[in-house]
Design a binder for this molecule. Structure first.
Ligand code: NAD
Length: 252
């Protein structure tokens, strides 16, 4: 259908299953002519991926809590595929107890964990992935409206998303001289594994759907299509931005 990513190699980090936003991105990238390389968090997720990815797909382990693991991931990718043209970072984590009730009951360790996995990991990926990105490379991450508004139970994750969005702006500035762009998509609420960790997530999903302009939640395919656009030369003028792909939820 589209060919905007013809010949481009894109690393997609964060597919856990076929409901993952990263999977919507991988499908859109493939449909746009790109080649996808996947990272997975651990063996359990690798087994899940092997059930639906083609046997030829390149899968590389990467737990973003470990710098040495991230460095090794990029070394493996360099050895197996050479340079990359883009990276999709669709990774976040917070403990369940931190996604429930008040923010002031969050533990120091729980707060730091959410920041580490959901925000710092983008900086670490940029740090180790930078050398592998071709000129006109593009990094895309996933954020949520809870960075700007106090969404019930989203708590430390909302604070981590604010941190992630600020990281996008600073990375965009610092990677600009390397001809690498960095943007975030602020996706509407979608039922994925990550969302089910938020207390009362059914209410969150329902309220989000009710606030869309047409009463229908955004899909992982729609988020994936915008990710493809941001990864492509069509978005060469965009960096440091947060783009809403939420069917207008942020309007009201
Ligand atoms: N689902 C939504 O409503 C929504 C909305 C806006 C933004 N987002 C964001 O989209 C991104 C993808 O989440 P999703 O909703 O597709 O859920 P998901 O559960 O399918 O994906 C989350 C991914 O993060 C990975 N991950 C967690 N800890 C990791 C670690 N230490 N190392 C490596 N990977 C790790 C998991 O393995 C998983 O693949 C997240 O950043 C999430 O916050 C989701």
């Amino acid at each position: 259908m589209f060919t905007v990513l013809n010949g481009k190699k894109i690393l997609v980090m964060g597919v856990a299953n076929q409901k993952s936003i990263a999977w919507g991105c991988a499908q859109a990238i493939t449909a746009a002519g790109g080649e996808v390389i996947y990272t997975y968090q651990n063996d359990r997720i690798k087994t899940s991926l092997q059930k639906f990815l083609p046997a030829s797909a390149l899968l590389v382990e990467c737990d973003v809590s470990d710098d040495a693991a991230i460095e090794q991931t990029f070394a493996t990718i360099q050895a197996q595929v050479g340079k990359l043209d883009g990276i999709v970072h669709a990774i976040a984590y917070a403990n369940r107890e931190e996604l429930d009730g008040t923010v002031y009951t969050a533990s120091r360790a729980g707060y730091l964990l959410a920041q580490e996995i959901s925000a710092y990991s983008l900086i670490a990926v940029a740090k180790f992935g930078r050398a592998l990105l071709n000129p006109n490379g593009s990094i895309v991450t996933m954020t949520y409206f809870g960075s700007e508004r106090a969404v019930p139970n989203y708590n430390v994750m909302g604070i981590a998303k604010a941190s992630l969005e600020a990281s996008v702006r600073y990375l965009a500035r610092d990677l600009g001289p390397d001809q690498i762009r960095v943007n975030a998509i602020s996706a509407g609420a979608i039922k994925t594994l990550a969302v089910t960790g938020v207390k009362g997530y059914r209410d969150l999903l329902m309220e989000s759907e009710n606030r869309t302009v047409d009463g229908q939640s955004v899909t992982i395919e729609e988020v994936g299509n915008v990710a493809s656009f941001l990864l492509s030369p069509l978005a060469s003028g965009m960096t440091g931005d947060v783009i809403y792909v939420d069917k207008g939820v942020h309007l009201q």
